[in-house]
Design a protein around this ligand. Structure first.
Ligand code: SER
Length: 318
């Protein structure tokens, strides 16, 4: 079957890489990139692009009608740090955007929907280490609350409407192709750019703050593998825990110093993002994803640092 895939939030950190990968697999014209802002020059000519605001249900409906997607990846969201600054906006975008997409996917009989959840669904009451798939979930950020509510809505649409919706609880994501925007784990990307440019970085999280993280190629592969998995193998329709690695800013700085020994890192003491990070797990148990669809991360910290620095240096030389 020829797929037709709509990607909302196509210009974001995940969207930029996902659209590229989907176009390699299905061909450029099969993937309709949608975002509220124009794509970067680098991505402008890769394939079809539509302006689309997931909060405008009528214009969203027009896009479903025009393209009749077989799959939708709905990535548009406000992340944790910026969400705390604009709680109502975050709730409105993260919640109503998802509800519009779920409703239209049912109306237009979209075969499969992907929506990213996050480790932010966990909170201070969740087990800190090897946080399991099912446990206490008491998120303390608006972002986390919207992701947890979103998970429940995804499962609800699966149960009530038979919508084949699939989701992953992403850890913090690191990549060199697109900047993250407004997250608590963004430091792990910024540090590389600053290490190359200035040999110094002021980190907004404390040195020993350990958070689950993942390299973007693993994250993209996870989404695609989950979307390809046979429906009957999937035992959870809320969102799957997936684990990559777990490290602190100090551990990351130590690894980068193997390549850039002059790097100095200072740590802010009172940044509002620290409380967010403190409420999240240190590490994740992903045994259900491993069991259901053979999930396994590939990149360790050493590989990630080498690849990030290699690619960011090439970009800096351009
Ligand atoms: N990386 C995201 C954030 O920091 C978590 O999903 O907000």
């Amino acid at each position: 079957m020829q797929e037709k895939i709509l990607v909302f939030g196509a210009n974001g950190q995940i969207g930029t890489e996902l659209v590229e990968q989907l176009r390699t697999i299905h061909g450029g014209s099969a993937i309709i990139a949608c975002d509220i802002k124009d794509p970067d020059f680098a991505h402008r000519h890769d394939g079809p692009f539509e302006h689309g605001d997931v909060l405008q249900e009528a214009s969203l409906q027009a896009l479903f009608k025009k393209h009749k997607p077989t799959q939708v990846f709905h990535l548009a969201a406000l992340l944790s740090a910026v969400g705390e600054q604009r709680p109502q906006v975050a709730w409105e975008l993260n919640m109503n955007g998802l509800l519009h997409v779920l409703e239209l996917a049912v109306e237009f009989k979209t075969a499969k929907v992907f929506w990213p959840s996050s480790i932010a669904v966990f909170g201070p009451g969740s087990p800190k280490h090897n946080t399991p798939q099912f446990c206490v979930m008491d998120p303390s950020t608006v972002y986390g609350i919207s992701k947890l509510a979103g998970e429940r809505w995804c499962e609800y649409y699966y149960l009530k409407h038979g919508l084949d919706v699939r989701s992953i609880r992403y850890p913090g994501l690191m990549g060199w192709k697109a900047e993250p925007g407004g997250g608590t784990t963004d430091y792990a990307v910024h540090i590389f750019r600053e290490a190359i440019k200035r040999r110094e970085y002021e980190c907004f999280l404390r040195a020993d703050t350990q958070i689950p993280m993942m390299y973007m190629p693993d994250a993209i592969r996870a989404s695609l593998e989950l979307m390809e998995a046979p429906a009957e193998k999937l035992t959870t329709r809320s969102a799957y825990n997936i684990a990559g690695l777990s490290f602190s800013p100090a551990m990351l700085a130590r690894e980068i110093r193997k390549h850039i020994p002059q790097l100095t890192v200072t740590y802010l003491k009172n940044d509002h993002r620290q409380a967010i990070a403190n409420s999240w797990p240190n590490s994740i148990d992903d045994s259900v994803a491993r069991e259901d669809w053979n999930w396994q991360a590939r990149f360790n910290l050493e590989d990630i640092c080498e690849d990030m620095l290699d690619n960011l240096r090439k970009i800096a030389l351009r």
